[in-house]
Design a protein around this ligand. Structure first.
Ligand SMILES: O=C(O)c1cc(=O)[nH]c(=O)n1[C@@H]1O[C@H](COP(=O)(O)O)[C@@H](O)[C@H]1O
Length: 262
């Protein structure tokens, strides 16, 4: 998977202005270079929202173009709220009648996994997916996610177990995924019953390597969806260089995920 993070630093590096025109040019080039070559793209909504209504229009158009190539779009929005508001987020991103409709989104479980139910229902109704944060790649994450509750489980393990329950019986994988950073190391959390995809950000720019996937995911490697953003995008705007960077990342991850010795 390739993340799409048109951050200000990247626009500048590509010789583009940090405005909506720069953002549009950036997205056009990324779609042209990678639209036919990647299975999943993960645009980060904030990098579009910071350009206001034009940014959101560019996000809509970029989503459409990638989907036209047959690419799955996983929008990184990390939404979460009380149930009635989550219903509106579900309508915005997971209902096919919305202009922001995508195949899957990221969601934050810190108002309780149950508060995300409207997203789960809408995703299930339309064949979409929801990736819920469990063990995030940032150094601040463990202070919340490793906290132990009254039943002896960590916050992260509670999230993992609730998502496992939602996927119960689904074959080969259910619609509900977890986010587990490639940077987190061996935390002792049990992912064996998840039955859904495991999104692994943190590769490349945040320091994790494909080898780290073995440590973090061990027996669960076949469910892992590795994600790179800056590591690939920093090679633009040259189309061939972007494509080569994506191919390199793919080859390195494939060697680990298909069980090559290492
Ligand atoms: O949900 C995410 O995608 C995510 C979760 C997480 O734990 N860590 C994390 O970095 N991300 C996102 O993944 C992307 C990583 O970008 P790079 O570090 O450039 O590959 C960013 O857009 C983050 O918002």
């Amino acid at each position: 998977m390739r993340g799409r993070g048109p951050a200000p630093g990247l626009l500048e590096r590509w010789g583009l202005r940090d405005d909506a025109d720069g953002l549009a040019a950036f997205c056009e080039r990324v779609v042209e270079a990678l639209g036919e070559r990647v299975a999943v793209v993960k645009p980060q909504s904030a990098f579009f929202e910071r350009h206001g209504s034009r940014g959101v229009a560019i996000l809509e158009s970029t989503i459409r173009q990638f989907r036209n190539f047959g690419c799955l779009v996983l929008l990184d929005v990390k939404r979460g709220d009380i149930g009635s508001t989550v219903r509106a987020y579900a309508d915005a991103y997971l209902d096919p009648s919305s202009s922001l409709y995508v195949d899957a989104i990221t969601a934050s479980p810190y108002l309780g996994v149950g508060s995300l139910a409207p997203m789960f229902e809408t995703a299930a109704a339309h064949g979409g997916g929801v990736f819920v944060l469990a063990l995030t790649s940032n150094p601040e994450g463990p202070s919340v996610q490793h906290a132990v509750g009254p039943d002896g489980r960590t916050v992260a393990q509670t999230v993992i177990d609730e998502i496992s329950q939602l996927n119960r019986g689904a074959q080969p994988l259910g619609s509900f995924g977890l986010v587990v950073g490639a940077t987190v190391g061996a935390t002792g959390h049990d992912l064996s019953g998840v039955g859904g995809p495991l999104l692994a950000p943190g590769l490349g720019a945040q320091g994790a390597t494909p080898d780290d996937l073995r440590t973090v995911f061990s027996g669960n490697l076949p469910a892992v969806l590795p994600s790179y953003s800056r590591e690939v995008l920093a090679h633009g705007p040259d189309t061939v260089a972007l494509q080569a960077a994506a191919e390199r990342a793919l080859a390195e991850c494939r060697a680990v995920l298909t069980g090559a010795a290492g």
